[in-house]
Design a protein around this ligand. Sequence first.
Ligand SMILES: Nc1ncnc2c1ncn2[C@@H]1O[C@H](COP(=O)(O)OP(=O)(O)OP(=O)(O)O)[C@@H](O)[C@H]1O
Ligand SMILES: [Mg+2]
Length: 265
Amino acid sequence: MELANVRSLTITGGRNKYGRAEDQTLTCRAGDITCIVGPTGSGKSRFLADIESLAQGDTVTGRRVLINGSPVDPSVVRATGQKLVAQLSQQMNFIVDLSAEEFLMLHAESRISPDPDGIVRAILAAANDLSGEKFTGNVSVTQLSGGQSRALMIADTALLSPSPIVLIDEIENAGVDRRRALELLVQKEKITFIATHDPVLALMGSRRLWFRDGGIAGIIVPDENERESAAYVREIDEQWARWRETIRTGGLLHAGPDPDLHHTD
Ligand SMILES: Nc1ncnc2c1ncn2[C@@H]1O[C@H](COP(=O)(O)OP(=O)(O)OP(=O)(O)O)[C@@H](O)[C@H]1O
Ligand SMILES: [Mg+2]
């Protein structure tokens, strides 16, 4: 299967943690952003894992994944050496001790990039743009902070991954500019899923799946009111980001309902 030919992804309903049928069949097309919300333990990461493994009724949930309306054989996909699904997971562990530049260069070469030097520079620049704390290409990936390694993996996925399906499990790390990260990741032609507890990200999708007890409990489509609310929520979030920045750069906060508090020194 050619990656460029992936036009839609369908997930047929399985069962929740109590064995109840998940009465939903969901089809997502290139360009769709689907958000996944629900309490901790409700099955969001499990749902992403079903997509990642191209489940065929063979996981704990019984879900099936169809590409362009047809079942896929994961072993056939693997045999092509292509990666249908790129995943940014909740856990991030580097098991190699390479510099950031060496790590990216290996990846660029394995992707047979026509300009590996150029792409490595572009990824480092994008990662630094997303990360609160700057870092150079010489630093070992094992020495990066949580936010820095997250930013590096996001930039790497965005700029080097040809996969038509992108799965994102949480980017709430406060060391990363989440909205910019999402904009970078979500190129128009990708089929994107984001599991999140963050309202700003949850409101960026064209619909969201609400999870409960390991199954999809509802599919929520934003209405006009919610789109307006989303703009307000983003403003508040930007205010939070300014407060966070003041505190982490050693400043004193002057914020509150009293207008006298709103001056900056
Ligand atoms: N339909 C299901 N049937 C059986 N087990 C399930 C089902 N869905 C999820 N689980 C299991 O429930 C546990 C919690 O699920 P999961 O890790 O997906 O939660 P989550 O929503 O991602 O939580 P968090 O917000 O904390 O990341 C996992 O062990 C998962 O395998
Ligand atoms: Mg999870």
